[in-house]
Design a protein around this ligand. Structure first.
Ligand code: BYC
Length: 314
């Protein structure tokens, strides 16, 4: 490493210790920049692919009130995607590069969105569990070292809280409803519990990126720490709903004061993140259709913008 970079890196690390935010024009190690681009763009992709499973129920929501709330939620996710793509762009990548990587299957998005939404109860579970898991992950990462990501997460988390409450209300109504409704909620919970635990990523011992991310204060807590926090909160909430956790090995550990669970099916996790989950092909296909099928909208918008700029320049 050139001597100048060693000095800059020392200075950079000092700023991290002092909990200063790193801003786009500040010097940063190339690896820090690349890790951020990878993580933020994957997060952005998760937001927009995440619109698809819930979008599937907009036309079938059971009441106008539910439909309005679901429409607003799905629209919020598009907004989250936009904040995050903008945050990633501050690091020197472009929207086109990020989309290309997604469409070519080179960039990942959250494993959870490769599962189908089969019943209305799934919409409640996504709000309660998936947004609940995202909140735990993102409220800690909102304190991260990179200014634009940190600020976009603060805003996103405020909206995610509404999403979670929306989901919990749906689950609460089903769980205090008829026998059929309670069974529908339990069946859905059985399908979403384990994939939600997988959202936090592999165990710390198998997480190749965690070392660098924690060192640079991009991640503030490890995958396992966040997963455990989610489990401890959610087990208690499930009790209130009268739902049974689909894990015969779930056990309250008196020593640690935390809930121990059975082992996650990591083979399923790696299958999903390598493109072979239940809905990977469908999700990517829908995403590409939306992008390429609607390219005329982008063309029209940029032609108008270019014309305006040309007129100004003339
Ligand atoms: N799914 O070294 P590791 C939402 C990959 S959306 C897919 O531990 P890292 C919402 C990982 O990328 C919320 N891939 O990775 C939206 C890495 O592969 P590469 C989404 C996963 O980065 C709509 C490899 O496995 N939230 O709330 O240290 C509707 C090794 O893992 C997953 C975020 O994106 C996974 N679950 O940690 C409703 C939060 N887990 O890239 C709701 C930001 C791991 O080396 N992201 N991989 O090829 C993060 O916090 C971290 O990226 C992760 C993974 C904890 C997910």
């Amino acid at each position: 490493m050139p001597e100048n970079n060693i000095v800059l890196e020392k200075e950079f690390e000092k700023r991290l210790i002092q909990q200063e935010k790193i801003e786009p024009r500040d010097w940063m190690p190339e690896k820090y920049r690349n890790q951020l681009i990878r993580l933020i763009s994957q997060h952005a992709h998760s937001e927009i692919i995440g619109m698809l499973p819930e979008g599937n129920w907009i036309t079938r929501a059971p009441s106008l009130r539910r439909k309005i709330a679901l429409l607003a939620k799905v629209q919020d996710e598009a907004g989250h995607g936009l904040y995050l793509y903008c945050a990633a762009e501050t690091l020197g990548t472009t929207r086109e590069e990020m989309f290309d990587q997604l469409h070519e299957g080179k960039a990942k998005y959250s494993s959870i969105f490769n599962y189908p939404t089969l019943t209305w109860a799934d919409i409640g579970m996504i709000g309660w569990l998936v947004d609940g898991a995202a909140i735990i992950n993102q409220t800690t990462m909102a304190r991260c070292s990179y200014g634009p990501y940190s600020r976009s997460l603060l805003r996103i988390c405020k909206e995610e809280n509404f999403h979670k409450i929306q989901g919990m209300e749906i689950v609460g109504v089903l769980c205090s409803g008829t026998k059929e409704q309670r069974e529908m909620a339990q069946e859905s919970f059985n399908r979403w519990w384990w994939p939600t635990l997988m959202m936090f990523g592999p165990h710390d011992s198998n997480s190749p990126n965690s070392g660098e991310l924690l060192k640079w204060k991009i991640k503030m807590k490890s995958n396992d720490e966040l997963r455990q926090r989610f489990i401890d909160i959610t087990v208690e909430q499930a009790k209130v709903f009268g739902l049974e956790i689909p894990d015969p090995n779930l056990n309250y550990n008196q020593k640690t004061g935390k809930w121990d669970t059975g082992e996650i099916n990591w083979e399923e996790f790696y299958n999903v993140i390598n493109g072979n989950g239940l809905c990977n092909k469908e999700r990517l296909g829908a995403r590409k259709n939306a992008h390429f099928g609607n390219s005329w909208v982008r063309d029209a918008a940029t032609t108008y913008e270019n014309k305006k700029n040309n007129l100004k320049a003339a």
